[in-house]
Design a protein around this ligand. Structure first.
Ligand code: NAD
Ligand code: UGA
Length: 470
């Protein structure tokens, strides 16, 4: 295989940005260009002030500052980057469809198709096209058809495309260490001589920093399906422990103790057993719905029902948490201030996609509560966009019931209750006595992440509800 000198990545989002930054950092002789149609996002990636990068991720600014301008570039010139590169990653969004067949379940592949068509139009030399986005199994087939059958005839004849699947397993908030110390990298490709050559070219890029044993190669379909399966298994663990949390509350067992006890069994393991208000994030729900849709489309209704239950349980957990707040506050929150600490779907990210906070706030606003939010990283407008996106009521009404402040003490002052929605570390270090003193009494604390010391909080005077504790 000829030497790889230029890589292009289409999509400068939560995956494309950090992934390419690390690839560039570890492969200083390869020019890596990340392109996006969103000019504002690209401008933010190019901002001299690293605090203005479009994504907050611990360690990201350091990596970007080392590689940007040396061999890492962010640009809106998509065609040029495609033309110049030997490898093209597609890392665009693949949201759940909101229209037509498969609405609410299937992955919307319109952005992927647009990329494939654009590559076909522009490419004049052989390309390795890498699926980095999470895609339904057998998408590579559609990409291959588009690449080989569209584009100007004059180019098509002489240009060969190899399609690889290289799903990303990073989690937000730990993206940089997940990339730098990946458990594994998965590369699926055709088992033909040309396919194997393409696989090897991508293996070499990751081998710049990862041991060869961690780079796993498979056929394309196994790779595509492994990504959906990994997310389904992870989300299933959260729904499983959350199901047990409700049982704990009804029986006097303590979910943290149960999680510890089962997690010490090396077959189960301790990770991903933290009971919570429900999982959020852009992918768990989307990818499981996609898996369910694929199973249904293949007539595998028992398989579909099995995985759908993970989502049903997660929805139940969010509803249960909001209902608990209402019932504890004497069955009415109308006109009451409820402070939210956290809006992001997990700590150490400014991403709010599918965050449980949005759904809990929506339910409380339905009950006419006044929700006052503090989050260390999420911008005010993002929170209004999130709540408006649900379309439950007018923007004006949302603004009346959802207030956003930049200080946690202000959020909690005169509140009837505090709800912890994100597990930001800094919440543990607050002056909880001061917070308690400034609240309405009785002062209720709903710890949706079980991060606070329950005994200590009770000692201060709070009425405490923690997930999975009686
Ligand atoms: P994102 O929305 O943050 O970024 C996608 C970017 O692609 C956007 O900036 C958008 O403007 C750009 N884009 C869309 N169409 C384009 C086009 N035709 N040309 C140029 N740019 C275009 O999405 P993301 O979170 O980075 O996710 C991307 C993919 O990676 C998804 O399939 C997702 O399931 C998967 N994934 C995400 C994560 C995660 O933690 N967010 C982790 C693993 C996998
Ligand atoms: C998840 C996977 O962990 C990544 O491997 C995958 O690449 C990514 O999805 C993706 O495909 O997008 P992410 O959603 O960024 O990553 O974050 P997670 O750490 O998995 O957390 C997801 C949600 O589950 C969060 O809301 C988190 O608070 C919640 N969670 C997680 C729990 O409630 N309990 C746990 O024990 C773990």
């Amino acid at each position: 295989m000829k030497d790889i000198k230029n890589i292009c990545c289409i999509g400068a989002g939560y995956v494309g940005g950090p992934t390419m930054a690390v690839i560039a950092d570890k492969n200083p002789t390869i020019k890596v260009t990340v392109v996006d149609i969103n000019a504002e996002r690209i401008a933010a990636w190019n901002d001299e002030n690293l605090d203005n990068l479009p994504i907050y991720e611990p360690g990201l600014a350091e990596v970007v500052s080392r590689a940007r301008g040396r061999n890492l570039f962010f640009s809106t010139e998509v065609d040029k980057a495609i033309e110049q590169s030997e490898i093209i990653f597609i890392s665009v969004n693949t949201p759940t469809k909101t229209y037509g067949k498969g609405k609410g379940m299937a992955a919307d592949l319109k952005y992927i198709e647009l990329c494939a068509r654009q590559i076909a139009e522009v490419a004049k030399t052989d390309k390795i096209v890498v699926e980095k986005s999470t895609l339904p199994v057998r998408t590579a087939e559609a990409i291959k058809t588009i690449l080989n059958q569209t584009g100007p005839d004059s180019y098509r004849d002489g240009v060969n495309f190899q399609i690889l699947s290289n799903p990303e397993f990073l989690a937000e908030g730990t993206a940089i260490t997940d990339l730098q110390e990946a458990d594994r990298v998965l590369i699926g490709g055709d088992q033909t001589p040309e396919g194997k050559e393409a696989i090897q070219a991508l293996v070499d890029i990751y081998a710049a920093w990862l041991p060869k044993e961690r780079i796993l190669t498979t056929n394309v379909w196994s790779s595509e399906l492994s990504k959906l399966t990994a997310n389904a298994f992870l989300a299933q663990r959260v729904s499983s422990i959350n199901a047990i949390s409700e049982l704990c509350e009804a029986t006097g067992a303590d979910v943290n103790e149960v999680a510890k006890a089962i997690g010490m069994d090396s077959r189960i393991g301790p990770k991903f057993l933290q009971a919570s208000v429900g999982f959020g994030g852009s992918c768990f729900q989307k990818d499981i719905l996609n898996l369910v849709y694929i199973a249904k489309s293949l007539g595998l209704s028992k398989v579909a029902d099995y995985w759908e239950q993970v989502i049903i349980m997660n929805d139940h957990q969010k509803i249960r948490f909001a209902s608990k707040i209402v019932s504890t506050l004497f069955n009415t929150v109308s006109g009451k201030k409820i402070a939210f600490l956290g809006w992001a779907f997990k700590k150490d990210t400014n991403d709010t996609r599918e965050s449980a906070a949005i759904y809990v706030a929506d339910q409380l606003i339905d009950e006419q509560a006044n929700v006052c939010v503090f989050d260390p990283k999420v911008k005010i407008q993002k929170m209004y966009d999130d709540i408006n996106y649900l379309d439950s009521r007018t923007d004006q009404l949302n603004k009346r019931h959802l207030q956003v402040v930049s200080n946690p003490y202000e959020a909690c002052k005169d509140a009837h209750a505090i709800a912890i929605l994100t597990e930001w570390d800094e919440f543990k270090d607050y002056d909880w006595q001061r917070i308690y003193d400034q609240m309405k009494k009785p002062a209720f604390l709903f710890d949706g992440r079980n991060i606070l010391d329950r005994k200590k909080m009770k000692g201060i005077g709070f009425e405490v509800y923690s997930i999975g504790k009686a």
